[in-house]
Design a protein around this ligand. Sequence first.
Ligand code: GRF
Length: 202
Amino acid sequence: MTIHIVSFLVSGRGSNFSIVAEKILKGDINAKIGVVISDRKDTLALSKARENNLECAFLDPKKFKTRKEHEQEITKLLKKAGTTLVVTAGYMRLLSPFIIGKYPNKIINIHPALLPAFPGIHAQKQALDYGVKISGCTAHFVDEGTDTGPIILQKEVTLLPDETEITLSKKILKQEHIILPGAVKLFCENKIRVKGRKVIIK
Ligand code: GRF
């Protein structure tokens, strides 16, 4: 069986990245880590990657003339690492068709809402402001839209009457830390098939 090589795109705290990386390093997920790429300097995610002696890079978007050039560099590093799965774990930039085309249904993102509700940024605040009683998180493949790709796993949380953006984000994050590694594991065990919009799990 082929061993998948999982690379990460990160922008910040990196708690989702850390959980998945830990599971790979411990052998709970049968895969290898390729490269960890951040679009921001000195992120917690990068320091966690360095602590674990992982290959990592900071690619400053400001140093590139266009988004395509930035993504060309990202792609070069992903390719060099032999990446077969990309995980965008708190990566705050939209990916263009250029990079998505190179990894069709091979980029997994974690989103802090039950898609298709509340795509884009501040998903937890959007859910609160809307007044929903249930929200949650979604692990999905990345396609060319904003958080529109095929859904792999979802997990719901119940909103309490005194819920705030902070408490809701915490509650959702706990579930993100379950379904993101879950989705990566399924992918790495080749248990996922995508048929149109539908993700079939063996
Ligand atoms: C998570 O809530 C994720 O769903 C969202 O950004 C946050 C990143 O957190 N896209 P972390 O960097 O993984 O800790």
